[in-house]
Design a protein around this ligand. Structure first.
Ligand code: PAF
Length: 457
């Protein structure tokens, strides 16, 4: 089924709808795409863009009953279809796309959805979940039909195109300088590859807000304090490049450590001490304490990447909240770029998307989902009026005490005034952060407790 919203806080509307759908009797939510921003089709001028997603469910409900439930959820979100004009803005739109292989044509419901094949705003998120599903009308797969639609719209905008892949930072720097000389703004998404839908959400936003989008793919050895973690880190540059084309990346580049730091890497593979960049005070505590040297390695590579690309804007995920603070310090000291921190993209039932998730077994993945449930428990406590840091910390820790998860830390911090030490007493603002090992895989996550909507799933 498809979800859309272009009225009010769109992300919150979709997150609330997903939470309610997951709690609906007779419905099991299986998988959700990332959120896609798309321009409204038809309707009065001046409407906000839509946020769209596709959800895969398992259900024992027949299609009509399911449709009624969806319409009840739309009403619960505040939508009143009786007062709506065609293509008006809407706080929530829930559409059934398929019901297994069922074909039906009734006045109130047609399945498969009759306009799916012409709607790239549905096909793009659907392509993340079911790229090889064959569409009956055109006989093409979801992926092929999306390519076809995007090919047709090439003339009307920079939607798709081959991503240029460069294999050295020097070549990437020359390319970026050339584009900057033309007066083009450069959006930059630094990654360590093994891209997932969360990266693509960052990439699509960066592509929409800039003239060109540059993505770096480099598993940075400087930021791994555990060599085994570095070895196990997933790598797939060819797969990454394919995904980046779909996300609108103009250029992607990679390289090795000696290419990034010419003349500064010794025969032992170690980086010369003069090349390192020391992070600011946001690197202290939590990740900084549990991964000594990690933020020094992040600062060193990010500074280098910023010098190579000289981006106008750089995009980072909120999942790595402390990293985003460290990078913001670094960008301030360097005099740019503008750092944009984007919401965490989550799988069902709430596991933060991460390249490391692919290292989890099915059992571990289910266990890992409880990390988010723990964060939500603290969120509930905050919503109930609790403001004492100690009580919020205790709530977080007690959830994990009962689970087969090796917790490294779970603490609250003031998101706007970072402190290495745990917070004490009454809090004005709060973010709950945690790191845990699930099997051999280390995962991190966080949740703003004081923001509406976050953490409803
Ligand atoms: O967040 C990451 O993937 C990495 O820490 C980054 C920013 C690409 C630096 O290697």
């Amino acid at each position: 089924m498809a979800l859309g919203s272009n009225l009010g806080d769109r992300r919150v509307q979709l997150e609330v709808a997903l939470a309610r759908l997951a709690a609906e009797p007779g419905v099991t939510a299986l998988d959700v795409s990332s959120f896609h921003v798309t321009q409204p089709v038809g309707g009065p001028a001046g409407q906000a863009p839509y946020l769209n997603a596709v959800l895969r469910i398992e259900t024992e409900l027949d299609p009509r009953e399911l449709l009624q439930r969806l319409q009840a959820l739309e009403r619960r979100a505040g939508r009143d279809r009786s007062r709506e004009q065609k293509n008006d803005a809407r706080c929530l739109d829930l559409d059934l796309l398929f019901h297994g292989d069922l074909s039906m044509r009734a006045p109130e419901l047609e399945l498969p959805h009759p306009r799916i094949e012409e709607r790239s705003f549905v096909l793009a998120p659907l392509c993340e979940l079911e790229p090889e599903r064959v569409l009956r009308g055109c006989g093409r797969t979801v992926r092929q039909q999306l390519e076809q639609l995007n090919g047709q719209s090439k003339t009307s905008g920079r939607v798709f195109g081959e991503t240029l892949c460069l294999h050295s930072p020097a070549a990437a720097q020359a390319w970026c300088r050339e584009r900057a000389k033309r007066g083009e703004s450069i959006g930059f998404v630094p990654t360590m590859g093994a891209l997932h839908a969360g990266h693509l959400e960052l990439a699509r936003r960066a592509a929409a807000e800039n003239d060109v989008l540059v993505v770096s793919v480099f598993v940075n050895p400087l930021q791994f304090n555990d060599p085994q973690d570095f070895q196990r880190y997933p790598r797939d540059f060819a797969g990454d490049a394919r995904m980046l084309t779909g996300a609108g990346a103009t250029m992607a580049f990679t390289g090795d450590l000696t290419q990034f730091f010419p003349g500064q890497v010794g025969a032992d593979g170690k980086l010369a001490s003069a090349a390192w960049i020391e992070p600011g005070s946001s690197a202290e505590g939590l990740e900084g304490r549990h991964r000594p040297g990690h933020f020094r390695g992040v600062s060193t590579i990010v500074r280098r990447l910023f010098d190579v690309v000289a981006p106008t804007r750089a995009y980072f995920g909120q999942k790595d909240f402390q990293q985003a603070l460290v990078v913001q310090d670094l960008a301030r000291a360097r005099g740019g770029p503008q750092v944009i921190v984007c919401s965490t993209s989550r799988e069902i039932p709430g596991l933060a998307r991460s390249s490391r998730n692919q290292l989890l077994s099915d059992v571990e993945r289910r266990r890992a989902a409880s990390l988010f449930a723990g964060l939500c428990a603290a969120r509930e406590l905050w919503r109930g009026g609790e403001r004492r840091a100690e009580a919020l910390d205790a709530c977080l820790k007690s959830t994990f005490g009962r689970l087969d998860i090796e917790l490294e830390y779970a603490e609250v911090r003031d998101p706007e005034a970072w402190t290495a030490a745990p917070c004490r007493g009454k809090m004005e603002r709060a973010i709950a952060l945690l790191a845990a090992r699930v099997g051999r895989t280390r995962l991190i996550d966080n949740l703003r407790l004081d923001e509406p909507g976050s953490g409803v799933r």
